[in-house]
Design a protein around this ligand. Structure first.
Ligand SMILES: [Zn+2]
Length: 442
């Protein structure tokens, strides 16, 4: 009778999240994510095509989890469980899920988004998709509970596997937001109920080096209001670029469009995917007068027809400087549109600290500045828990084993420092690398 854990992806690195947990003879996979930096590099070189070859290519490029570390567990996998709808957690599902003969469990929004992803890639998945709204008995011995958390996308869950040996918890990604602008605060009651019952806690490290508490999304909304509602952009084209997965932010922007009397227009496939999923999961309703222009042809038509852009608030992808995203195309003049001096671009985002993304974003900023665009950068707060939130969760759960995850070596060591400061004994902390496997002794 044992519980084992294999660090498949996202250990000592940021991206391609995947953890496998074996409870006696049954295996449960939590998340199948993409390594975004490697994925962008790979798909720019290769024609994106869902074949066995591309799966192998993606694995070799480090863009998807190296599932071969659990090859010996393959036939015992009973469930794939997804924490939330970010691509570094679910983006490898279309490539890897069919290897395992089991259903996929997630919150309603995450399932709705996954369907959009699969549809978009024009593939069919054999795995049954299960929307989880209450605890599910996965096997005779193991029950799945998804606890509501706050993060930079909606319907985000902390995964709890209740086993006869204690609970195994995977917390990422989350922040403790007591004042979210959309949806509920974290389910504190359910979290506290786990106290003292946790065998292992896999904890996110991304913001562990930040010696603070991450501000609420309501702070980001206020920052955005100060720019959009209090600056004078009369007669100017105004673009806001943000994460298409950040439904709360998109909702705030729609409210601000209304307050300004500007018609909101969303550009790009990714925006369309996430907004459609949010509507399907009854999280948000997009008013009829809001336009969602999914395809390049629709975007071109819009810019051709609309000569006075000061009536609009345009929301687009591309804040990471991705060359194929709407904002880079606008900066390159790929659409029938030219920035005029004094037009505005608001980056309601941060720059993800990955070399390719940093370089792309610098290039985009250079192009915008050369066209005398006014830039408002960093109108954003993070969705990741900083030191004080991490400390609170690890102390509340009081796990027997603490396993840092979702961070570079520097972030992981900051997380270990927090644990040590909080009095967690060193022998209970396990820093793993991809492919490592440990037995979690009760
Ligand atoms: Zn996330």
């Amino acid at each position: 009778m044992t519980v084992e854990l294999t660090a498949v992806g996202g250990y000592n690195e940021v991206g391609r999240q995947c953890t496998a947990i074996k409870v006696d003879d049954d295996v449960f996979i939590v998340d199948l994510g993409l390594h975004l930096d490697q994925y962008i590099k790979y798909t720019e070189d290769e024609e994106e095509d869902i074949t066995t070859t591309s799966r192998r290519g993606l694995r070799k490029a480090g863009a998807i989890p190296d599932w071969t570390s659990i090859k010996d567990w393959k036939k015992d996998v009973r469930a794939i469980i997804l924490t939330h709808a970010h691509l570094d957690h679910i983006g490898a599902v279309p490539y890897l899920a069919e290897i395992f003969d089991c259903p996929i469990y997630a919150s309603p929004f995450t399932i709705a988004l996954l369907k959009q992803l699969i549809e978009d890639k024009n593939i069919s998945l054999e795995n049954r998709l299960v929307k989880v709204t209450k605890p599910v008995q996965l096997t005779d011995a193991v029950k799945l509970e998804l606890i509501h958390m706050t993060h930079s996308t909606v319907d985000c869950k902390m995964v709890v596997l209740h086993t006869p040996h204690g609970a195994v918890v995977v917390d990422n990604d989350f922040k403790i937001d007591r004042h979210p602008t959309l949806g509920q605060p974290p389910d504190f009651e359910s979290i506290k109920k786990l106290s003292g019952k946790v065998l292992a806690h896999v904890g996110e490290c991304l913001y562990a080096p930040h010696q603070t508490k991450t501000p609420s999304e309501s702070v980001a909304r206020k920052m955005l209001e100060e720019v959009l509602l209090e600056e004078n952009f009369e007669g100017r084209a105004v673009f806001v670029s943000t994460f298409s997965s950040h439904i709360a932010r998109l909702s705030s922007i729609m409210d601000m469009g209304k307050a300004l009397g500007r018609e909101v227009v969303f550009l790009g496939r990714s925006m369309a995917k996430y907004l459609t999923a949010a509507e399907e999961a009854n999280i948000l309703s997009v008013p009829r007068h809001v336009q969602i222009l999914k395809y390049g042809s629709q975007i071109r038509k819009f810019f051709k027809q609309q000569k006075d852009l000061s009536k609009f608030l345009i929301v687009c992808t591309g804040h990471m400087g991705e060359p194929k995203a709407a904002l880079s195309k606008l900066a390159d003049g790929a659409y029938p549109f030219k920035f005029r001096p004094g037009d505005v671009v608001v980056f309601s985002s941060n720059v993800i600290p990955m070399p390719l993304i940093i370089a792309n974003r610098e290039e985009l900023t250079r192009k915008l500045r050369s066209q005398q665009v006014r830039i408002f950068d960093g109108v954003h707060v993070s969705g990741h828990a900083s030191k004080e939130d991490l400390r609170w969760l690890m102390l509340t759960l009081g796990a027997k084993h603490l396993i840092p995850n979702h961070g570079s070596p520097e972030m992981t060591s900051a997380y270990v420092d927090i644990a040590r400061e909080a009095g967690v004994k060193p022998e209970r902390i396990h820093s793993l690398r991809e492919g490592d496997r440990i037995v979690l002794k009760p």
